[in-house]
Design a protein around this ligand. Structure first.
Ligand SMILES: Nc1ncnc2c1ncn2[C@@H]1O[C@H](COP(=O)(O)OP(=O)(O)O)[C@@H](O)[C@H]1O
Ligand SMILES: [Mg+2]
Length: 264
């Protein structure tokens, strides 16, 4: 069960404060405008030649999850209305809170709209959520996120994934410069880019990676993460230059039936 709790209210405030012309908007870190002033890449792109792969299968999207993901989309579109593509990183303070699950739910919900081209970039090298099926030339969901059923699931034609490159996994550290290269190579043609990030308080690179996105959504497991921990993660991200848009409360347990909850 996922609930958007502060529903990106900070994001809404930022939207109101933004210049109406969009003239003050900083170029995306990976946009051509930004790339012009950058020194040429010193090293070749990891796994060069490997582009986005169609995702084989998916996770269950219940009706209430679909509604919550639709609400999240509306909020993010409002605050990132000048962006194309919209680059959003999902992050948690600690591992296992549900970052990959919520990021995938959001991307899958987007992919049900045929007018949207979503891409997931897996940037958590220590606990990847996606693997590459070389024989089928597809991405598959790692068993740590969702166990695979006995039947091969159908390919979701509209959702593409770039798993973390094998050689980056071996180093155990996804450098921001590498992410810029991967984004430059794989993002064109997509209008939503969902980054599945590593836990902020356990990964030295997480905040710097978050600063490369247009905004960050913090995923917090209900009943586990206390507010000071969430605040510490948000502070670290902001210090690194990331824009924290809001938070999502994952696995919230309702103490009263859902239909009553909706009426109060
Ligand atoms: N809303 C949810 N409902 C059911 N299971 C969940 C939910 N969120 C996470 N999980 C499970 O919890 C585990 C950790 O989730 P994951 O998304 O991999 O966390 P993270 O990416 O933050 O490490 C996985 O087994 C996942 O299936
Ligand atoms: Mg994960």
């Amino acid at each position: 069960m996922t609930r958007i709790f502060d529903a990106l209210k900070k994001a809404e405030a930022a939207r109101e404060a933004a210049a109406p012309t969009g003239g003050s908007v900083t170029p995306l870190p990976h946009s051509p405008a930004h790339s012009q002033g950058r020194a040429p890449a010193a090293r070749p792109l990891p796994d060069s030649g490997r582009g986005p792969l169609p995702l084989l299968g998916g996770i269950e999207l219940a009706d209430d999850t679909m509604r919550e993901m639709a609400a999240l989309r509306v909020s993010l579109e409002a605050v990132l209305r000048d962006r194309n593509p919209r680059v959003v990183m999902f992050l948690s303070p600690q591992g296992g809170e549900g970052t990959s699950t919520v990021a995938l739910q959001f991307a899958q919900a987007l992919s049900r709209d045929p007018s949207v081209r979503p891409l997931i970039l897996d940037v958590n090298v220590r606990r990847p959520a996606f693997d590459q099926d070389t024989a089928l030339r597809c991405a598959v969901i790692a068993s740590s996120v969702a166990p695979r059923g006995p039947e091969p699931p159908a390919v979701s034609s509209n959702l593409f994934v770039v798993p973390s490159p094998e050689e980056v996994r071996r180093t155990g550290l996804y450098q921001p410069a590498t992410l810029r290269q991967v984004m430059d190579a794989s993002v064109p043609g997509f209008d939503w880019v969902i980054l599945d990030g590593p836990p902020v308080l356990e990964s030295p690179e997480a905040s710097a990676l978050g600063a490369l996105a247009d905004g960050v959504v913090l995923v917090v497991q209900a009943g586990r993460t206390k507010r000071p921990v969430l605040t510490r993660a948000a502070d670290l991200l902001r210090k690194a230059g990331a824009r924290v848009l809001g938070s999502v409360l994952n696995r919230r347990v309702l103490e009263i039936p859902e239909f009553i909850y909706r009426r109060i």
